[in-house]
Design a binder for this molecule. Structure first.
Ligand SMILES: Cc1cc2nc3c(=O)[nH]c(=O)nc-3n(C[C@H](O)[C@H](O)[C@H](O)COP(=O)(O)OP(=O)(O)OC[C@H]3O[C@@H](n4cnc5c(N)ncnc54)[C@H](O)[C@@H]3O)c2cc1C
Ligand code: SF4
Length: 350
């Protein structure tokens, strides 16, 4: 059994208290919310905090409700509650993404903030200390302040690469980016707001544009009348696994013509990948338009050999899932789309 090393514990009682503790804790301080990702990582010695600051008792982070004409979701909101919350129902992509993270047990403690800050992942990295030592480690040492990692210099996915290609596998980030969400970060220095899309960096080692003393406080999702959204997730075990592909799509239709669209792919890069939607806007969602767009999305998706399934197959599924998601938003019969999803599952190489 892996054991965590000793650390000090501070249960923050308010957002201001958490921000103060994080600032005072310096490089040895680390936030924990549900702990479903960070606790195993501590046991694997990927984080070696001197001080863990728990956000679980911070009531200000837990609210879910209307704010400024849209939906505000606190970073401490529990995923299983988000997936069944009546006010989240209209935001289908978020409802579906939150409802498909991990397993029901994990969703009962995991938070939105932890999901949005989820470390990037790689088959060569999400392993025990002994396993990583046996391959002489690799170049990824988690970004942030609480790290004293012994990891070394080679990327085993792309030897010779100057960068780490670990993959962003959060489900909720692509969904919220497709919905046009903004993020509020709070620190002892003040607060700032940014587009959620700008929170992510294309870098497996420094995947967030978050300063070490900043706390994700909440996300705001604009309420756009008529906006339809969805989230399609590919994973090996439907009740448990991380996404190997996530497709979040949102379209605003004026009649049957697309007036605005956002399509975001998860698990194909070190950050959620926004696909330019110029070729959708101003068009009817005909089969030809959808298929042309899906071809382009699959071309941009560049999965590497550091998660599950074969690369070529994953690219083919990316095309099929983008096309399927857009057909769903066009109003196609869900039963027919279910057949498509089942066909894709049947294609899984043994
Ligand atoms: C078996 C298994 C399967 C999983 N499957 C999935 C999956 O399918 N999809 C998926 O997306 N994830 C999956 N996860 C990962 C994880 O459970 C979820 O991403 C979860 O939402 C993380 O939330 P948490 O509250 O537990 O985060 P924690 O583990 O507490 O924290 C995660 C990271 O976020 C930071 N953090 C937490 N809250 C804040 C905040 N408010 N501000 C700044 N930083 C913060 C922590 O310091 C840490 O670095 C899986 C995990 C396991 C163990
Ligand atoms: S992509 Fe390369 S450097 Fe990054 S975690 Fe994987 S093996 Fe390590």
């Amino acid at each position: 059994m892996m054991r965590a090393p000793a650390f000090r514990w501070h249960a923050a009682t308010s957002l201001a208290d958490a921000a103060r503790a994080l600032a005072e804790g310096g490089p040895g301080a680390l936030l924990v919310a549900g702990g479903t990702d960070v606790v195993p990582a501590i046991k694997r010695r990927q984080y070696q905090p001197e001080l863990l600051i728990s956000l679980r008792r911070v009531a200000e982070l837990q609210a879910v409700g209307e704010a400024g004409g849209g939906l505000r979701v606190g970073a401490g909101a529990i995923l299983s509650e988000l997936a069944t919350h009546p006010q989240v129902h209209a935001f289908t992509a978020l409802e579906r993404a939150a409802g498909q993270v991990a397993s029901p047990h994990i969703r009962n403690v995991a938070t939105l903030g932890g999901n949005l800050c989820l470390d990037t992942r790689c088959n060569y990295y999400n392993q025990s200390l002994e396993w990583r030592r046996a391959i002489d480690f690799c170049m990824k040492a988690p970004a942030g302040s609480a790290i004293a990692s012994p990891d070394g210099g080679t990327c085993w996915v792309a030897p010779g690469s100057p960068r780490c290609w670990a993959v962003s596998q959060t489900d909720c980030a692509p969904a919220l980016i497709a919905l046009g969400a903004t993020l509020t970060l709070v620190s002892a220095r003040g607060q700032r707001v940014m587009a959620l899309a700008d929170f992510y960096r294309d870098d497996g080692m420094t995947w967030l544009s978050r300063a070490a003393d900043e706390i994700v406080a909440w996300v705001d999702v604009p309420r756009t009348p008529g906006l339809r959204s969805t989230y399609w997730k590919l994973r090996r075990r439907g009740s448990f696994d991380f996404p190997v592909l996530g497709v979040a799509a949102a379209v605003d239709l004026a009649g049957d013509v697309v007036s605005a669209a956002r399509v975001v792919l998860g698990a194909v890069a070190s950050r959620p990948l926004s696909v330019p939607t110029d070729q959708l806007v101003g068009q009817r969602l005909s089969d030809a338009v959808i298929d042309g767009f899906a071809d382009e999305a699959a071309r941009l998706a560049k999965p590497l050999d550091n998660t599950d399934f074969q690369l070529g197959w994953r690219k083919r599924v990316a095309r099929a899932y983008v096309a399927g998601a857009l057909r769903e938003l066009r109003g196609d019969d869900p039963a027919a789309l279910g057949v498509l999803a089942r066909r894709m599952t049947a294609l899984i190489p043994s």
